[in-house]
Each structure stands twice: as C-alpha cells, then as structure tokens.
Design a protein around this ligand. Structure first.
Ligand SMILES: [Zn+2]
Length: 449
C-alpha cells in the first residue's frame, strides 16, 4: 500500500478580513452588524499526489478538487445532518459524535488509486459507502454533489446506528429522501420535496419518474419491494425507491406498518420487505391503488401532509352506484377526491359540472375559470384548471385512467372500480386555488359485463 504523506497547512477563513475587503470594494458607507464566526479547518496537502485532507471533529475529507467554500462547508452540513438524524431516529448524539467518517471526494479516480485509497473498494458509478468511508465521484452541480454526500452519509449513519440500511429499496429510498435537501444561509433541511427544478440542478428525479410512467414502466409497490442490488436501470430504481419511501412513510394508514417493519436492528437482506408485505397482505390491493393515485400527483411542490391519499378508508361501505345521483363539491386546491361511488364494468355514467373557481393568483389578480379550464396554459395536454375524472380499477394490474370532464362528459367503466375528481394543474401550483366545482353524476346505461 502506498504511503501518503500530508504536508500540513492551515486554512483560516477570517470573516472580518472578508468583510473589510468587500466594504472597500463596494465602497459601502454603512456599518453592517455581523456576527463573526471563524471557521477553522485543518487542511493537509499532499504535494506529490495533489490530494488535500481536511479534518474537523469526526469528519475527514480527502479530495483532489480545489478546496472551495462548498467543500469547506461540508463539516457544518454533516454536523447539522447528524443532529437531524439523531432527533429523527432517536440516536444518542454523544455516541454519534464519536463515529468517524472519511469522505473521499474524487475528480480523478486514478489519483486515489495511486495513493492506495481504493484498495478493496468495488467499482461504483457515483458513490459508495463502506463502513466509515464514503467515496463520491465529482458531479455536474454543487447541489448534486452535496446530494450524493448526504445520500452516502445516510447509508453510513444507518449502518452505524441500526446495523444496516434494510432491503435495497428502503436503503436507497431513505438515502434519496435524506439526500434531497435545501442548504440556504448555512441551514440544512433534509427530506424535502423540491419546489422547482432550478433549486436542485441535475437532480432530475421527477423527470425520470415521468418518463418511466409515460413509457408504461411504472412499477407496482410489490415490484419495488423486491428490487435487488443489480446495476441495470439503477437510477430508475433509485427514483422509484425514493417515491415509494415518500409514499409509504407519509401514508396515514400504511406508514405505521413501514415503521414497524423497519424497526432496528436492520440488515441488508429482503427481511424488511418480506415483513412489510406480510403485515399488509390482507389489504395489499389498497396499497397498490393508493400508490397509483400518489404517483399521478407526485411532482415538484408536493406536500405529503396536504395531499393524503387513502382510498381504503373512503371506499368502506360504498356499494354499487345503483340508479341514484352522486354529488361532490370538489375543492380546486386539492388532489384526487373520491366521488363516493363504485362502478361496475360496462356501466356508463353521465357527469355534469359547474362552478367558478380561482386557478391562479398573479400580482393579486385572480384567474377565474369554469370546469372547462383556461386555454391560456396547458398541463398534460389539457387546459389548466379543467375538471378531470380518474378511475381506479379494482383490478390492480390496470393503470389509473385519467380523462377530461369539463362541463359535461360520459364515462364508461371498462372494469369495476372507483371514480375520483380533481382539477388539471400541477400539484405545486394548486396552493393558491380557491373555490369548488359542483360535480353531479348519474348512471345512463347499466349493462354490467
Ligand atoms: Zn445508495
């Protein structure tokens, strides 16, 4: 093994000096009150290899990249991440502070190889965690590099605290959840759902999910639970594992089942998946139905608390449609809303809708629209704000059917299932909506197949 010699050098960020300099440059005449924090990082430079080593408390960073402000901020990022994990997962912070982590941040893999730092490290694409070491390949954006750091550090803390990360989908899904973050004004927030693509350059998870769904490759929850560690379609599996974790962790009914199945100690086997499947076996079809509704709405700005989907509870006691009329006042700000009716295959239903509601507020000006929506803007090839119908088949092998309703529509059920409504607008843009749509439905022909 090659010996790496590190020449010691101290990098000091003197906030006062930066402040004085910037004031000179800007010619600023006003006194600015700032709390001055001095960050002291020890950096050691290996002149021969071009490797730098930064150590602060339990964190060591070894990199061949220039040590910029981003890399300098990592100990602080990790301090906050660790504190958050300790609170979230009831880990003793004093113990967690004694766990060392060495982060290898690599632009040129060869440099690390020559320094003997990759001995016993298998081939990997973006990142890998092995015991108290993580290895990261350079990424095209600072956001995505930090995302990868938090992803691998999640694997590390789960290995340290629980003995493992659980079945592959859970291990990767949790790492993706924690990795998806906001780092603003020195404050870290993990497990966010980004509000827009600009805040997470090169992340692309929603794009991947949409492409996969459009290509009819959306997996069932059962398929995700059985994901292995194969490298083929790796990024698709990561994105779907993340979506499944967001769905199950936040589900009002199934969330506690996942909590029980993922209780420590964990390993890396299929045990977690098997236990979850077993505990939910009698209601598994509902798990899959809600999953389809969740995926249809899951996008930038999704808020798990405000968009709960729990068809099983709604559908309790709902019998056949019969010949009566069903009415629903659909809220323009909400996601899929259950029409309290069960259709049999072959039944045709006439839907009528009316009402005026606000679909957007721009500069205090409210955009009002009717169930036909407004053709000024389109979403998924239909006018913004148009009333949509959704049909969840009792047959879980069938995808969610989404169709335009507008003021009036006829819908024929091709299988037994449930009818739902919402307006056509991306989830992240519905928060400023106001008003309800009166939806009335009645059976016009009933020829159950
Ligand atoms: Zn991973």
């Amino acid at each position: 093994m090659a010996l790496v010699f590190f020449h010691e050098q101290t990098i000091r960020i003197d906030a006062l000096r930066i402040l004085l300099k910037s004031r000179l440059v800007l010619g600023c005449l006003f006194a600015i009150a700032l709390s001055i924090t001095e960050t002291k990082l020890k950096a050691q430079i290996d002149a021969a290899m071009g490797l730098k080593r930064l150590t602060q408390d339990q964190w060591t960073i070894i990199t061949d990249l220039p040590i910029d402000r981003e890399i300098e901020s990592w100990p602080k990022v990790l301090d906050q991440a660790l504190l958050s994990w300790c609170q979230k997962w009831s880990i003793d912070p004093a113990t967690a502070k004694t766990w060392p982590l060495v982060i290898h941040c690599m632009a040129d893999r060869k440099v690390f190889d020559q320094a003997g730092l990759l001995q016993g490290v298998p081939a990997f694409e973006d990142g890998i965690q092995i015991a108290d070491k993580v290895f990261l390949r350079e990424q095209p954006s600072s956001y995505y590099r930090r995302h990868l750091l938090l992803h691998e550090a999640t694997h590390w803390v789960m290995y340290r605290a629980f003995g493992g990360g659980g079945s592959p989908w859970f291990m990767e899904g949790m790492a993706e959840m924690q990795g998806t973050h906001r780092w603003e004004n020195g404050q870290l927030t993990m497990a966010i759902i980004p509000g827009d693509a600009r805040s997470v350059p090169h992340w692309g998870r929603f794009k991947r999910l949409a492409e996969s769904t459009a290509a009819m490759r959306m997996p069932s929850i059962k398929q995700i639970l059985r994901y292995g560690n194969d490298r083929e379609n790796r990024m698709d599996r990561y994105a779907w594992s993340w979506a499944a974790c967001v769905y199950l962790c936040n589900h009002p009914v199934y969330g506690p089942f996942l909590q029980r199945a993922s209780a420590a100690p964990l390993d890396y086997s299929m045990k977690l998946s098997e236990e979850l499947e077993k505990s939910l076996s009698s209601r598994w079809e509902w798990v899959e139905r809600d999953w389809k509704l969740f995926v249809d709405d899951f996008d930038f700005g999704y808020q798990p608390d405000s968009n709960p989907v729990a068809l099983e509870g709604w559908a309790q006691g709902i019998g056949d449609f019969g010949s009566g009329e069903i009415s629903l006042d659909a809220d323009s700000a909400n996601g899929w809303q259950f029409a309290q009716c069960f259709l049999k295959a072959g039944q045709q239903v006439e839907i009528r809708a009316q009402g005026t509601y606000v679909v957007r507020v721009v500069n205090q000006e409210a955009w009002e629209c009717s169930p036909e929506g407004i053709t000024y803007e389109y979403h998924r090839q239909m006018p913004l704000g148009k009333l949509l119908g959704g049909f969840v088949s009792a047959d879980t092998s069938k995808p969610l059917e989404v169709f335009g309703v507008g003021k009036q529509a006829l819908y024929e059920a091709t299988s037994d299932g449930w009818l739902l409504f919402r307006i056509n607008e991306p989830v992240g843009q519905r928060h400023d909506n106001e008003g309800k749509i009166q939806v009335r439905s009645r059976i016009t022909s009933s020829q159950p197949r």
